[in-house]
Design a binder for this molecule. Structure first.
Ligand SMILES: [Cu+2]
Length: 72
């Protein structure tokens, strides 16, 4: 099992949490998505998957949901 935590900007409410959870859950092998919502800041999103995820695919899924991955 592999866990990755990313920071996502632009999330403001429970709807955002649901949208991003759905989009990331659709990626191959994803078992769990947990979001720590920070309104007007960077939310912490933890994705648990069977195999390590391709960071590009994660970024694309976040974009698809309408938010942005914060590069650190
Ligand atoms: Cu929202």
């Amino acid at each position: 099992m592999s866990t990755a935590t990313i920071l996502v900007s632009g999330m403001t409410c429970g709807h955002c949490v649901k949208a991003i959870t759905e989009e990331l859950s659709a990626l191959d092998g994803v078992q769990e998505v947990s979001v720590e919502l920070v309104v007007d800041g960077n939310s912490s999103v933890t994705v648990t998957s069977l195999e390590p995820l391709d960071p590009g695919a994660v970024r694309e899924a976040v974009d698809e949901a309408g938010y942005s991955v914060v590069e650190d």
